[in-house]
Each structure stands twice: as structure tokens, then as C-alpha cells.
Ligand binder design. Structure first.
Ligand code: ZN
Length: 363
């Protein structure tokens, strides 16, 4: 990647000014032979951005988070354990999470990239921002790495948005095929972050039942949707329109953060779904349309890369999101089908029945 300028001049690109973090230092996190979360994932995305989008995006380099910022989410013990991995060529943080001596640095940079994104969105220097980073974050717990995740990048960014920018309504949309148990747990009793996730309950970490809706102050502020088998792109966009749209309308978020994993793609070797890359652009268009307020303003849109393990499918999926963001002015509506199959209608009904009593969504 050549000279990604460390600046954020606002290039006109459709209606939205879009920024993205690109930094080859993220390729230094090595996970071991045959591991699906490998550097080539990002290398291919970076090539695509360089080829297709570099003139339409503000490219931003990453800067590391501070210890204080990381410790708004993680325990000092977890932070110490990650730092110690710098002393070993290879360490194992969990059965599926291997790290190398440079991983701690990339984990720090990934969290810092997300914090930078929040600051740029709040300035506001950009309207939408995508952190093209690794390692991913949505499985990381306060005191534990796992699921290829070291620090919970989005949770750290959300805490920063609350602490430094005074936000009190942040919506996290997690479309990775795995349940983001880290984000779920960290904000389970906090109504300042609404966590919305669609995932396969048969996959790691096997959590995220529809009945898991939050507790205490956060009761009703977590919407978990376990996907049913044989869903198509059309079914999925129907599901999002019927469930995410009312959450956006009812919660009125000040920022929308997307845990953007692309392992629900049909070519993905880890996820077991059958969606195309176009789905991600359609959901992005949906979020853009559904979050527009009277008068035309909308909350800032933040994306951070999570899973996605077929580099080509992943790259096409990320491109689909950029296409939706960069052409938002000319973009059509997300083409929501009117009549879904029975199993999809039943799923939607179950989610709505569970959440109507909390009073955030209405029919
Ligand atoms: Zn995943």
C-alpha cells in the first residue's frame, strides 16, 4: 500500500464522506500454519481498496490505544497477559487463539484504530468509517481472549464514545455469523449500548438465544437472533427490515457501530451459511435509509472488521459495503421482499413478541 496519507480531508463521495483505517502493521499478527485468521485476509482487502476505492475514501493510519483506554473494557490482568506474549515467538491465549511476538502491538493498534474512527466521526470529519483491522474483537471478554479475538475493539471504541464524547445511545449491529459474546456480555446490563446480533446458534460460542435480552438497566437492550436454516439474502434483508429498523427507530442511536464479520458468506470455510456478498451492501443501504431522520441527518456509521475467512469472498463483501457507502446518494432502497417464507416469518414474529414488552420497538 502506497502512501496512505495520515489525514482526513473530506473527499466528496456520494452523500457520505467515508474514512477507512489501512495499515500494513496489521499483517504482522501471525496465527500459525493453517489458521483461518491469517494476514492474507487483510492483504487482499487492502489491494482491493487501493485498486478501486483509494480516491473515494480518506485513508487513515492506525495509532495505538492507551493502556487506560484498553482498561475501560479489559482487566489489568488481561492486559498484562497480552503484553507478556511479546516475550515468546508463539503463545496460546485460548485453544483457538494463537499469537506471535508482534500480536500485542497489532491488538493495541486495532483498538486505537477504532478509537480514532470514533473521534473522526464525532469531529465530524467523516460520516462513515471502516476499521480494516485484525485481530478481530467481538468474542474478547473483560478478562479473556478467545475466538481469534484479543481486545474487544468495538467495546473499547463504544466506551471511548461514551467517556470522551458523552454519547449515551450507541447501537451495535453484529452481522458476523458468530454471536459476539464479548460485546453481548460487556453491555448486558447497560442501556447506553444496544446490542443487536444475528448469528448461527450452532457455531462458537453457542450463545445468543432470543431470550437473552439483557438484565437490570440493560433489560430489553440486547436483541439476539439465532438464524434459521436455509435463509437467502432476501430472507435476511426481510429479517433486518422487520427487526433492526424498529430498533433504530425506537432507540434513536447517536452512533451505529457495525461488528462487520463476513463469515456468513456462502464461500466461507468457517461459517455454514449461504449468503452472497451483495447482502452486506443491502444491509448497509438499509441502515443508511432506516437511520435517516426528518430533515435528512443521520447518526455516524462505524464499521470494524470481525470475521470472514475466505479472502476473496471477504474482499468482495467489504467492497459491497464500500459501494453502498460511497454511492449512497444514488443508491436505491434495499429491496425488501414483501412475503417471506413461513420459517422466516415465524422467526421474525418470535423476536418481535419477545421484545414488544420492553417498549423500545413498536409494531
Ligand atoms: Zn465470525
Amino acid at each position: 500500500m502506497t502512501a496512505a496519507a495520515d489525514q482526513c480531508e473530506n473527499k466528496t463521495a456520494g452523500a457520505l464522506r467515508v474514512g477507512a483505517v489501512i495499515d500494513e502493521q496489521f499483517l504482522e499478527h501471525k496465527t500459525g500454519h493453517g489458521h483461518p485468521e491469517h494476514p492474507r485476509r487483510l492483504a487482499e482487502i487492502y489491494r482491493m481498496v487501493e485498486h478501486t476505492y483509494k480516491d473515494r475514501l480518506s485513508i487513515i493510519r492506525a495509532e495505538p490505544a492507551t493502556v487506560e483506554q484498553v482498561e475501560t473494557v479489559h482487566t489489568p490482568g488481561h492486559v498484562r497477559r497480552i503484553l507478556k506474549t511479546a516475550e515468546q515467538r508463539i503463545s496460546s491465549m485460548a485453544p483457538d487463539t494463537q499469537v506471535c511476538a508482534r500480536t500485542y502491538m497489532t491488538a493495541w493498534l486495532a483498538a486505537g484504530a477504532c478509537i480514532r474512527g470514533v473521534d473522526l466521526l464525532m469531529a465530524p470529519s467523516v460520516d462513515a468509517f471502516f476499521a480494516l483491522i485484525r485481530p478481530p474483537g467481538h468474542h474478547a471478554l473483560a478478562d479473556k481472549a478467545g475466538g481469534f479475538c484479543i481486545f474487544n475493539n468495538i467495546a473499547i471504541a463504544a466506551r471511548h464514545a461514551m467517556k470522551s464524547h458523552g454519547l449515551s445511545r450507541i447501537l451495535v449491529v453484529d452481522w458476523d455469523i458468530h454471536h459476539g459474546n464479548g460485546i453481548n456480555d460487556l453491555f448486558y446490563n447497560d442501556n447506553r449500548v444496544y446490542y443487536y446480533s444475528t448469528h448461527d446458534l450452532g457455531l462458537y460460542p453457542y450463545s445468543g438465544q432470543v431470550t437473552e435480552t439483557g438484565e437490570d438497566e440493560g433489560l430489553g437492550y440486547t436483541m439476539n437472533i439465532g438464524l434459521v436454516r436455509e435463509m437467502t439474502d432476501d430472507d435476511m434483508i426481510y429479517l433486518y427490515e422487520k427487526t433492526l429498523r424498529p430498533v433504530i427507530k425506537g432507540y434513536d442511536p447517536e452512533m451505529i457501530m457495525v461488528a462487520a464479520g463476513f463469515d456468513a458468506h456462502t464461500d466461507d470455510p468457517v461459517g455454514k451459511s449461504a449468503f452472497s456478498e451483495n447482502l452486506y451492501g443491502r444491509i448497509t443501504r438499509g441502515i443508511i435509509e432506516w437511520s435517516e431522520k426528518p430533515g435528512g441527518s443521520r447518526p455516524p456509521l462505524f464499521f470494524a472488521l470481525e470475521g470472514g475467512y475466505d479472502p476473496r469472498a471477504l474482499t468482495r463483501s467489504v467492497a459491497s459495503v464500500f459501494e453502498a457507502l460511497c454511492t449512497s446518494e444514488e443508491t436505491e432502497r434495499p429491496e425488501v421482499p414483501e412475503t417471506p417464507p413461513e420459517h422466516v416469518a415465524s422467526l421474525v414474529q418470535a423476536v418481535i413478541n419477545t421484545h414488544l414488552p420492553y417498549g423500545i420497538i413498536t409494531t
